[in-house]
Write a protein that binds this ligand. Structure first.
Ligand code: PEP
Ligand code: MG
Length: 853
């Protein structure tokens, strides 16, 4: 007959036992490490995942084999040991083995009050976890008596219809069974899944000789750690509670004492200096040998110290960075290890204000988390009101159905943006990320009544203009009121970690930056240039919008060119600013992209105002606006199509770029501007635009005598451009994949409307993820790799990159490295995250090559 339990299923933890986190769980493995470090860990036996699975399935545990490792009247604790301690597990159960006879012996040894308290605690734990009785029937009073115990035993017998079990075999078997089954329960599964555990994650259990913590002399328990879990600073924190067990010292702060000397009250350091010194020494030993900051659970028993357990200190994001950096600086781990230890998503929390972890969240609605960070402010419904609010010095949240380029100034003025429509690449999301502005889009459960200036939540609550709400762009939550916040922090450890990341990174990281402020952020985060400057945003600024509108209304080419003359100096100044901020790093300027219609007013009042400015009849202006309307503007007259049919715009922009480059060169900067043509689908488009831009360059050279060096490239964002990348490459110094439009056109999916049904699509697994959020490696990825391959085959030296919103994501960086792309470009605030992800990918590849060799 096959043995129910294999030999490795029940293993006493010794320095040499075969033990691993994958078989016995992280706690068991950690206890073995502590034993190897000669820490005073009581006798412990580990049950493997396999054993616990069998127990959950109904096979009784081999308690005789377990108990063989303990004395004749054992008193035990049982704790969970999942592979990753963060995945949790059932709570620890202490005092297993106590019964009437052991209670009587303990009364003599440690006193009746202490012995009775232990017995009562176990009755309560057993009654609730095994017999499934209400725990309030078995409350343990401060001063338990013989009578309290008698009542508890009687209550148990009445409720469970059997006497309280007296045999340790039965008690232990039942406890192991209940813990094993609890791990298989639905809520435990969901909970650990949310923490990243895989579907089949196993549970191990550890059975440990109990170190009492109650009794005569110096008895108690405590928890000590050697760093501040919020900041990562080296600092001893924790509590000790006399006459207590487990983690009670943390649960009863009133009775607990400090560990280090403290003016607020007594401390372990004063009361038991020898024990305190021993703990400090153990902390140092754990840090250097386990290469981690550990929290140690200890017990004092008649003055003797036992270490029951140690776990990695649970830490906030900023502490993660500091701890990793300091461990490396102290020579305990390598710099590469430090780089690998910090989850790039944790950096995002450091870069933005966040809702404090322990703050109360009164959630009104949830949408798509489009730009991380959180901010509170008074609700405003128009961009003008946002500007007025900023002028009064009041923080506001701009709430719109969706934003358009006309809202840009309002967005600059707002503390956060909330839209009811849109997805991760919609206007609000892209601009929000660029500005580092918290943004939630697609909160489709909210009803906006713009006229009445009212916002109605799905639970019926109504919020009016001026009411304070909070937008949490990290989680997608919209909250009522103003919860406590945690400030952003870019400390020395953050910069050091990123420098170490850069030392191993093997792909460039640039930023998408449209304004001098964006460019400055990009430089602060050490982006290696601008990969995409969307110039159209520059035309919405104050006076320029009117000039732009005049240009659109110009009847003839010469009239148009004359109006553009007025925009030229403004554009030249914009570009000169960018060049000077980027200090010699490359700046890639994309020529004008959006449909002209976006620059025209859409409401009556705006149209009337425009008619006034242009001094033309209202009917003519209205007719002109109607004539410019398109059924599918995103597939219509935009990008290079404007460049071909209204060439004056691109000519003006090219001249502005060249003149700005000459100006910057005169002040000593080395500038080689990169000019990028958007929405190309055919080689001839590139030829036409290139000829015109080259002609502008010749003119500027003839006028100024200055040597002009520039690079002309193409944005590959239509499927046809990817397919024809081979011939397009012949006229291009570089190609940059615009994955936003490429995703939109590959799927035939509007990036501004997909939010409406995306969650249904993802829920029903039509798409694994929102493709605007996570690069679709199968479909869009195939076009990218085909495009890259064809471009390289025709022009081996061509520079390739990704500049869509996916650019900063780990999967896009991984893809870009695999396909030999030169750089990725992403929103400035994602630059640090991309630098760290790229470094981790390079290190992981190095590691896997090493293990293959
Ligand atoms: C893109 O399409 O991927 C892109 C970067 O350009 P935009 O988002 O401005 O269309
Ligand atoms: Mg695009």
């Amino acid at each position: 007959m096959q043995k129910e339990f294999a030999q490795s299923d029940i293993t006493p933890i010794t320095p040499d036992a075969r033990m691993s986190a994958e078989v016995h769980g992280g706690r068991a493995k950690c206890l073995q490490r502590l034993i190897r470090l000669e820490m005073p860990v009581p006798q412990t036996v580990a049950l493997s995942f396999h054993a616990v699975r069998r127990i959950a399935a109904g096979t009784p545990p081999d308690v005789t084999e377990i108990l063989r490792h303990f004395g004749p009247t054992p008193l035990l604790s049982v704790r969970p040991s999942s592979q990753d301690p963060d995945w949790g597990g059932p709570g620890a159960i202490l005092n297993v083995g106590i019964c009437d006879t052991l209670h009587a012996t303990l009364c003599d040894e440690i006193g009746e009050r202490a012995a009775t308290s232990l017995y009562l605690r176990f009755i309560q734990a057993y009654a609730t976890h095994v017999a499934r009785l209400d725990d309030d029937l078995f409350e343990v009073p401060e001063d338990p008596t013989h009578e309290t115990l008698a009542v508890a035993l009687r209550t148990y017998e009445e409720e469970a219809e059997e006497p309280f079990p007296q045999e340790v075999e039965r008690q232990l078997g039942d406890i192991l069974g209940s813990m094993a089954r609890a791990w298989e329960g639905t809520s435990a599964r969901l909970l650990r899944k949310a923490k990243g555990a895989p579907e089949g994650a196993g549970l191990g259990l550890v059975v440990q000789q109990l170190a009492l913590g109650v009794g005569q002399g110096a008895c108690g328990s405590g928890v000590i750690q050697f760093v501040n879990p919020a900041t990562g600073e080296r600092q001893v924190t924790g509590r000790y509670l006399s006459q207590s067990q487990g983690r009670e010292a943390l649960e009863d702060p009133a009775g607990a004492v400090y560990l280090t000397r403290d003016p607020r009250g007594p401390s372990l350091q004063d009361e038991y200096p020898q024990v305190f010194a021993e703990l400090l020494e153990m902390g140092e030993r754990a840090r250097t040998r386990l290469r981690e900051e550990m929290q140690i659970e200890f017990t004092l028993d008649g003055g003797r110290l036992s270490v029951l357990d140690a776990v990695r200190v649970h830490r906030a994001s900023r502490a993660k960075v500091r701890i990793a950096v300091e461990l490396a600086q102290d020579g305990i781990i390598s710099r590469e290890d430090a780089v690998m230890r910090v989850d790039p998503a944790a950096l995002s929390e450091l870069l933005h204000r966040q809702v404090a972890l322990d703050a109360e969240r009164d959630r009104i609605a949830n949408g798509i988390a489009a730009s991380p960070g959180a901010a509170s402010g008074r609700i405003v419904f128009t961009a003008n009101d946002a500007q007025a609010s900023a002028a009064r010095g009041e923080d506001c949240v701009l709430v719109r159905r969706e934003t358009s380029p006309e809202d840009i100034r309002g967005m600059h003025a707002a503390a956060a943006v909330l839209t009811v429509r849109g997805g991760v690449t919609s206007h609000a999301a892209v601009i929000g990320r660029g500005l580092g502005l918290p943004c939630v889009v697609g909160a489709s459960d909210l009803l906006i009544d713009r006229k009445a200036k009212r916002l109605t939540a799905p639970d019926g609550r109504v919020f009016r203009e001026g009411d304070v709400i909070t937008v949490d762009g990290t989680t997608g939550d919209v909250l009522a009121g103003q919860p406590a916040m945690l400030e952003a922090s870019l400390d020395g450890a953050f910069r050091t970690l990123l420098q170490w990341a850069d030392a191993v990174r093997d792909i460039g990281v640039r930023a998408n930056a449209d304004t001098p402020a964006d460019a400055q952020t990009a430089r602060n985060f050490e982006a290696e240039g601008i990969g995409l400057c969307r110039t159209e945003h520059m035309f919405f600024e104050g006076e320029r919008l009117s000039v732009m509108r005049e240009m659109i209304f110009a009847d003839k080419g010469e009239d148009r060119a004359a109006v553009l003359e007025r925009l030229l100096p403004m554009q030249r100044a914009d570009f000169a600013d960018l060049f000077s901020i980027m200090g010699g790093y490359p700046v890639c300027i994309r020529l004008f992209d959006p449909p002209l219609h976006e620059f025209l007013p859409s409401d009556k009042a705006g149209i009337r105002e425009l008619a006034n400015v242009l001094d033309r009849p209202l009917s003519e202006v209205t007719a002109r606006i109607e004539a410019l309307e398109e059924y599918n503007p995103m597939l219509g007259m935009r990008g290079v199509r404007l460049g071909v049919t209204v060439p004056e715009i691109y000519e003006m922009q090219a001249r502005a770029i060249f003149e700005a480059a000459i100006l910057s060169k005169m002040s000593g900067a080395r500038v080689v501007p990169e000019i990028m043509i958007p929405l190309v689908s055919a080689m001839r488009e590139v030829e036409l635009v290139k000829n015109r831009i080259d002609a502008v360059a010749v003119n500027v050279h003839n006028e100024t005598g200055a040597d002009l060096e520039y690079r002309l490239g193409v944005m590959v964002e239509t499927p046809r451009a990817a397919l024809r990348a081979g011939d397009i490459a012949q006229h291009s110094a570089f190609l940059s994949f615009g994955t936003n439009d490429l995703t939109q056109m590959t799927y035939g999916l509007s990036r501004d409307d997909a939010g409406r049904f995306m969650s249904a699509y993802v829920q029903q697994k039509v798409y694994a993820e929102d493709p605007f959020h996570t690069l679709d490696l199968d479909g869009v990825g195939e076009l990218l790799s085909m495009g890259a391959e064809r471009a390289r085959a025709s022009e081996p030296g061509i520079v390739l990159s990704i500049c869509g919103e996916h650019g900063g994501s780990r999967s896009a960086i991984e893809f870009s490295r695999q396909h030999g792309l030169d750089y990725v470009s992403c929103s400035p605030f994602r630059v640090p995250i991309a630098r760290l992800s790229a470094a981790q990918l390079a290190l992981a590849e190095r590691e896997s090559n090493r293990s293959l060799a």
